[in-house]
Design a protein around this ligand. Structure first.
Ligand code: ADP
Ligand code: MG
Length: 554
């Protein structure tokens, strides 16, 4: 029992199981990871890898408490390059689930051990294989009290997905696939670090907006990626920091990155950035936090200095200084009680906007009807996470921010015409079962849209070019193509609707007032105030309606 309780401290939810299994597979030098779970990992969670595997003797030891093959002497702790080193993860998982470990080193037969609470370990032999597959079933089935602290399967699944993406970002050379409840959700091939950043971070990240830099000094190597200003967020959640492949919650490093962007972004805006630091293992201690999410750096101030300076240099090289911050900075965040926005001047897209938005606003056909904005409106604020409120004449407009942005992007994409962007590296994909047949017949029909495909044999295709308007959103195009089973008639509309939906601001994305006004102005100029899926973009409450509701005489 003591063991079970101790286990709970390390393994508190499926996310922790996944983290440990991924770390072990990566420590074993895997180049491919197949991950799957059911019911958010509560029912089953499995990680397969093609790493060096375990011999029968290792298999008999690995799940015992405090067994690790990664440290032999005290000094090893100083030189540590592996993700795990305490030798307690498998033991802890075994104490609170049914754990099956199948592993082989490629030489001779493989072995399998099944560990279940209260039963002796069961060993079996198997055919020769190299790699390891670990399955964790019925997590906390023997600890009902602990199960009560878990969230819904969907919420636990989201947490697992976060850990997967954290590791995927740090190991771009490793291929990751994920199946959840039988559906394939993730397919990251082995990629360059920059490609992986784009794949994992998703929109608004785009190759066109990507800024990358490196910096080296004794004991430290830094690699940074960021979205070029003015792309930004209104919080620090877009900043991710890693040291020696481990994601860190390190306020000082996040702060250093944000500090470097000062002058390039308006006040209250923070960058989208990923920083990977490789620090001499002798100069950093990860053994201060159970999940290794914090580290103590021996030369912290030098490290911060290097982060700020190298980031600044990268930004300077881009000449991206933020031009006229007054429009965004002058308005207080949230509600604004200013005068009606009479024919406002175009404002810089600061806030959650991104390269995609930037593309759309410079490309959009809506520009032509700019003077129509003279009918004026007053922006009142963002409410309920989804809606922008605006007063216009005697009416109150409640505008769905996602639907509005989606519509504007959709129009911009369609207006860009057939110009294409060749992909430096074709993106290989395999359509899902139902779509495979349709694609085999119709793959050439995508070409007139600028989506150039080439069969790559064995049911796979290479995406070779995309319409310029959606450059940087290749993964979304692939997602669409590999799932589309509909006839080709409405292809353009469907494709762009799908891409706009993925690229648009989401519910809950906070918008700064300048950006919100800009979005509203464009929205009010639309001829068809419906999103590409046909939903209305806004709803209107008239003064009369409101009067009636509170029992006033109209
Ligand atoms: P640690 O990772 O701290 O060493 P764990 O309990 O996570 O401790 O794992 C115990 C041991 O089991 C590891 O040291 C390693 O030898 C072995 N092991 C676990 N997972 C794998 C894997 N996927 N491939 C090869 N060996 C593994
Ligand atoms: Mg481990």
């Amino acid at each position: 029992m003591a063991r079970k309780i101790a286990a709970g401290e390390v393994i508190d939810r499926p996310q922790a199981v996944l983290r440990e299994l991924l770390d072990n597979a990566l420590d074993a030098g895997a180049t491919r990871l197949d991950i799957s779970w059911r019911a958010g990992g509560l029912q089953a969670l499995e990680v397969g890898d093609d790493g060096h595997g375990m011999s029968r003797a290792d298999l008999e030891l690995c799940w015992l408490p405090h067994t690790t093959s990664k440290i032999e002497t005290e000094d090893d702790l100083e030189r540590l390059r592996t993700l795990g080193f305490r030798g307690e993860a498998l033991a802890s998982i075994a104490a609170c689930s049914r754990l099956t470990i199948r592993s082989g080193t490629g030489a001779g037969a493989s072995g399998q051990v099944t560990l279940e609470d209260g039963l002796p370990p069961r060993y079996e032999g198997g055919p020769a294989l190299r790699g390891t597959r670990i399955t964790v079933e019925d997590l906390f089935g023997n600890l009902p009290a602990r199960r009560k602290f878990l969230k819904s399967a969907a919420a636990e699944g989201t947490l697992c997905r976060r850990v997967l993406d954290e590791r995927a970002l740090a190991f771009p050379g490793v291929a990751f696939t994920l199946w959840t409840d039988g559906v394939r959700r993730v397919d990251y091939p082995a990629q360059t670090p920059g490609e992986r950043v784009l794949a994992v971070c998703g929109p608004p990240w785009s190759s066109a907006g990507l800024l990358a830099w490196t910096h080296e000094e004794p004991g430290v190597r830094l690699t940074g990626y960021a979205l070029k200003p003015p792309a930004s967020r209104s919080d620090r959640k877009g900043v991710r920091v890693y040291a020696n492949m481990r994601p860190l919650q390190d306020y000082a490093l996040v702060q250093a990155l944000c500090h470097a962007f000062e002058g390039y972004l308006p006040g209250g805006a923070y960058p989208h950035a990923v920083l990977m630091a490789e620090v001499d293992p002798g100069l950093v201690d990860f053994n201060i936090h159970p999940a290794k999410r914090e580290a103590r750096f021996r030369n912290a101030s030098a490290l911060h200095h290097a982060v700020v300076e190298s980031t600044r240099r990268a930004l300077e090289g881009q000449r991206l200084r933020f031009p006229a911050p007054e429009s965004a900075a002058a308005s207080p965040p949230g509600f604004s009680f200013g005068p009606p926005d009479q024919a406002p001047a175009p404002t810089p897209a600061a806030g959650v906007w991104d390269a995609v938005w930037e593309q759309a606003r410079t490309a959009g056909p809506v520009e032509v009807r700019e003077q129509a904005a003279a009918d004026g409106f007053r922006y009142l604020g963002q409410v309920l996470g989804v809606f922008l409120l605006a007063e216009r004449g005697r009416e109150l407009y409640v505008v769905d921010q996602h639907a509005a942005h989606e519509r504007l992007l959709f129009d911009a994409f369609r207006a860009r015409g057939p110009e294409v962007q060749e992909l430096l590296l074709p993106l290989r994909f395999r359509p899902e079962d139902e779509a495979a047949e349709a694609l085999a017949r119709h793959w050439q029909d995508y070409a007139p849209l600028g989506v150039r495909l080439r069969p790559a044999g064995d049911g796979a295709y290479d995406l070779e070019a995309v319409p310029l308007a959606v450059a940087g959103l290749e993964k979304t195009v692939v997602d669409f193509v590999s799932r589309n089973v509909r006839p080709v008639a409405d292809l353009e509309k469907d494709l762009y609707a799908s891409v706009s939906c993925r690229a648009a601001v989401m519910d809950g994305d906070p918008l700064d007032p300048a950006t919100a006004r800009d979005l509203l102005r464009r929205t009010f100029q639309l001829e068809h105030a419906r999103c590409p899926h046909g939903r209305p973009i806004w709803t209107v409450l008239t003064r009369e309606e409101l009067f009636t509701r509170v029992g006033r005489l109209v």
